[in-house]
Design a protein around this ligand. Structure first.
Ligand code: PEP
Ligand code: MN
Length: 348
């Protein structure tokens, strides 16, 4: 395909001229609005020599011919990794890992407030909590819905933490967006293309979880749907993939952290809770994810996990979480030390 990138100062007339020229050449294309710059994508087979015709047009910054199936999400076209502002003053991808923590589901005011204050004190940067829950069992607790969104707003006010919550349909996304700081697409909806398209037009960062059986290309193409709509703020979240061993809920694919860093500029976070399904494995996998270069973590924490309506066995207590944060800072400090500190070999 051919990707024409327009400069920030290009005019509507410049864009029209590129489109007219593509149309004259019999090419189909679509315009991707960006903040400042826009792209014209033509998926017809393009030859490198064609690109020079477009490069000469006014307002064109670059023309690339690529076989990549997720060009805007790629480093080739999308550029280098860069910090992404989630809410004013809070960035991801700036070298300081960002931690999102909170219960699987918003259950009631007391549960949410206690957990929010607790995770905030321990150093979390964002409060998570599902109001609309994608449950496999149709009769399981489905979340508090709009009441859960109202409680998340209250928890944001009392803890000072921005909030992330899952949306499952285009209508939910439109309705929830004005109230919530970050919108989550769950594993089960990674290829809900109508939802992804809607999120492309919403001015909120999107936490895009990897589908249960999704390849890295499918995941990046899901991100591309959002980017193609003009929403540049997509965070990729590895949450484990389906595998054969039932000792863990899923298999955490830690190798995607360095892999994605070489493929995309988008930040990558890890959810060790859904990846393992076991509280005892959450801390070791969190530390491993940070050591592998993750830009952040998403951790389920509950003030009383044994009473949780959803995902109690994988939820950390507030004390567990505080302990994890202390150990995580030690790992981060060690990773920043320039001199390696291997133990001394045994003198013989
Ligand atoms: C969640 O984060 O609450 C959740 C349902 O996760 P996933 O979509 O990764 O299963
Ligand atoms: Mn959960």
């Amino acid at each position: 395909m051919m990707v024409v990138e327009m400069t920030e100062s290009s005019s509507r007339r410049d864009l029209d001229r590129v489109c007219e020229s593509l149309a004259r050449g019999g090419r189909s294309f679509r315009i991707t609005p960006g903040r400042g710059r826009s792209f014209v994508m033509s998926s017809d087979i393009a030859r490198r020599e064609d690109s020079s015709d477009y490069r000469a047009l006014p307002g064109v910054r670059s023309v690339n011919v690529t076989t990549c199936c997720h060009p805007l999400a790629s480093r080739e076209i999308g550029g280098e990794a860069r910090p992404m502002e989630l809410v004013p003053g809070l960035r991801i991808g700036d070298g300081e890992p960002l931690v999102m923590a909170g219960p699987c589901a918003v259950e009631n005011r007391e549960q949410l407030m206690t957990t929010a204050i607790g995770v905030g004190r321990a150093g979390a940067h964002v409060l998570r909590g599902g109001a609309f829950k994608p449950r496999s069992h149709p009769y399981a607790f489905q979340g508090l819905g709009s009441e859960g969104i109202a409680l998340l707003k209250e928890a944001r006010a009392s803890s000072g933490l921005p909030v992330v919550t899952e949306v499952m349909s285009p209508e939910e996304a439109e309705w929830v967006a004005p109230h919530i700081d970050i919108l989550q697409v769950g594993a089960r909806n990674m290829q809900n293309f109508a939802l992804l398209r809607t999120l492309g037009g919403i001015d909120r960062p999107v936490l895009l979880k990897r589908g249960m059986c999704a390849t890295v290309e499918e995941w990046l193409q899901a991100a591309e749907y959002i980017l193609a709509g003009g929403n540049e703020r997509v965070i990729l979240c590895e949450r484990g993939i389906r595998s054969f061993d039932k000792n863990t809920r899923n298999t955490l694919d830690l190798s995607v952290i360095p892999l994605l860093k070489s493929m995309t500029h988008l930040p990558v976070v890890v959810d060790p809770s859904h990846a393992t399904g076991r509280r005892d494995l959450v801390a070791p996998m969190s530390l491993a994810a940070l050591a592998a270069g993750a830009d952040g973590l998403v951790v389920e924490v509950h003030c009383a996990p044994e009473e949780a309506l959803c995902d109690g066995p994988q939820s950390l207590t507030l004390d567990d979480f505080a302990h994890l944060m202390t150990r995580a800072s030690k790992v981060l400090r060690a990773l920043r030390e320039e001199e390696p500190s291997w133990r001394m070999p045994i003198a013989r």
